[in-house]
Design a protein around this ligand. Structure first.
Ligand code: SDX
Length: 431
């Protein structure tokens, strides 16, 4: 924990309480309230954690005002342009960019852990064919703790490392198998001669009946999408993984909890919801109607893919994703993609609207990603599984950082209770 250089004074009923303030390497100072309840008998109140730092971390930093996202200090736009997903995984996990030898060793480790226990095939077959791939992923990843007992002891550093590699290596296989099961096609085994993104595309789109060549343009775009989704500070699903892990739960159970949280349309489910929204809007001339609906407090409709708790300027991932959408669609010869036309017009009109300006609502990572994924051949139901696949390294990096934290305590928030005070039971005949 950083040393306190100054304090905050809180006065309650004439009594002063001195609270230490810590200064980070970047971002806002924090006020340490851990002793507040013991000293003053009061809780702080922050539903949604809008002003609460739940931990200290060295992995990812977001400057919402500047639209800046750093992974171990490296800006996301540089990583998206110059690096690739497995190198970013190494950076997030171990804190530094790898040497060529270290990177080769890491990539070989991941490549040789991509197969699933063969018995898990039966596990998939218990689902209905129309099960949402996210439902399958939550179930299968949670069940991995029943198949990989030798990497569930979180107190054993070697087992933690094995679980880390297994999860990063096997998530594409699980996601691809969920997709193949969903569409009634045979599972495709991973191939060690393909890179991470190409292997995922091959497991999703190849069929035994004919040869499949991975398009390098799609593979590069897929890898970049993985990189853009890798980690994002203490977002809802990462906080879920940390809270689950604080009880000592095994890594597979914690990641399954993260997948479950990510599924929500306010979080990772927004990429699917955004494309469905663009489909519903259908044409540029219907955009004003939907913008008005998004502004109407009595209408639950929101512009999916817009807004963010932290970014109050542009989301740098959305900027890269938008460039990638143009590039991929051009290279695929998909001109005048109606959804892309609607998305660009919607973004322009929304950003010119006083409501969105005042509330600082900009496109987020989910606004353009679905357009690329659909152009690559994925159904909307696969958008969030791909987000989960890519975010696994972020979840597991944050999980690992928390387990190494000597301050680790089980997470147990308190509440502002507004229910009944103590009262006696009333027999049914007297009610
Ligand atoms: C992700 O946390 C992360 O880092 C998440 C993520 C990651 O990488 O892990 O970045 C991934 O989840 C991106 C966000 C994807 N979700 C969506 O695109 C769904 C649509 N967006 C919203 O639901 C919303 O913007 C959130 C959930 C993203 C953020 O919600 P907040 O921070 O709690 O903000 P809020 O709901 O309090 O909104 C503030 C105001 C409200 O109006 P008032 O009550 O002040 O009058 O802005 C309005 C909201 O009604 N508003 C929107 C809006 N988003 C917020 N109005 C219309 N359309 C929207 N999209």
């Amino acid at each position: 924990m950083a040393e306190s250089t100054k304090t905050a004074t809180l006065t309650i009923d004439g009594q002063d309480y001195e609270l230490p303030i810590y200064s980070p390497t970047a971002g806002p100072d924090v006020i340490d309230i851990r002793k507040l309840y013991g000293q003053a008998g009061v809780f702080t109140y922050d539903p949604g954690f809008t002003s609460t730092a739940s931990t200290d971390s060295t992995i990812t930093f977001i400057d919402g005002g500047k639209g800046e996202l750093l992974h171990r200090g490296y800006p996301i736009d540089q990583l998206a342009e110059k690096s690739h997903y497995l190198e970013v995984c190494y950076l997030l996990l171990y804190g530094e960019l790898p040497s060529a030898a270290k990177l080769e060793e890491f990539e070989s480790l991941v490549t040789h852990h991509t197969m699933l226990h063969e018995q898990m095939m039966n596990f998939f077959r218990g689902f209905r064919r129309d099960a949402h791939p996210m439902a399958i992923m939550v179930g299968v990843v949670g069940a991995m703790s029943a198949f990989y007992h030798d990497s569930t002891d979180i107190n054993d550093p070697h087992q933690r490392e094995v679980a880390t590699i297994r999860l990063i290596a096997k998530m594409p296989t699980v996601a691809a198998m969920a997709y193949k099961y969903h569409i009634g096609q045979p599972f495709v085994y991973p191939r060690n001669d393909l890179d991470y993104a190409s292997n995922f595309l091959n497991m999703c789109f190849s069929v035994p009946a004919e040869k499949y060549e991975v398009n390098p343009v799609l593979s590069r775009a897929m890898d970049r999408i993985f990189t853009l989704h890798a980690d994002h500070e203490q977002n809802a699903s990462t906080s879920t993984v940390r809270l689950a892990s604080s009880s000592g739960a095994n890594p597979f159970a914690c990641i399954a909890a993260g997948i479950a949280c990510l599924w929500g349309p306010a979080h990772g489910g927004a990429n699917q919801a955004c494309l469905e929204m663009l489909e519903e809007i259908g044409s540029v001339d219907r955009i004003p109607e939907f913008i008005e609906r998004a502004k109407d407090k009595n209408d639950p409709f929101r512009l999916m893919g817009f807004g963010h708790r932290v970014y109050k300027n542009f989301d740098p991932r959305a900027t890269v994703m938008k460039e990638s959408a143009d590039e991929v669609l051009d290279l695929l010869g998909i001109e005048n993609n109606p959804k892309l036309q609607v998305a660009k017009a919607l973004e322009k009109q929304a950003l010119e609207d006083p409501y969105f300006k005042e509330k600082k609502l900009f496109p987020n990572v989910d606004f353009y990603s679905g357009i690329i994924l659909e152009a690559m051949g994925f159904p909307t139901s696969m958008f969030t599984p791909i987000f989960a696949l890519a975010r696994t390294v972020g979840w597991i990096s944050q999980w690992s950082e928390q387990l190494a934290d000597p301050q680790l305590k089980i997470g147990r928030p308190r509440q502002l209770y507004k229910g009944e005070t103590s009262r006696d039971y009333v027999d049914i005949e007297n009610r």
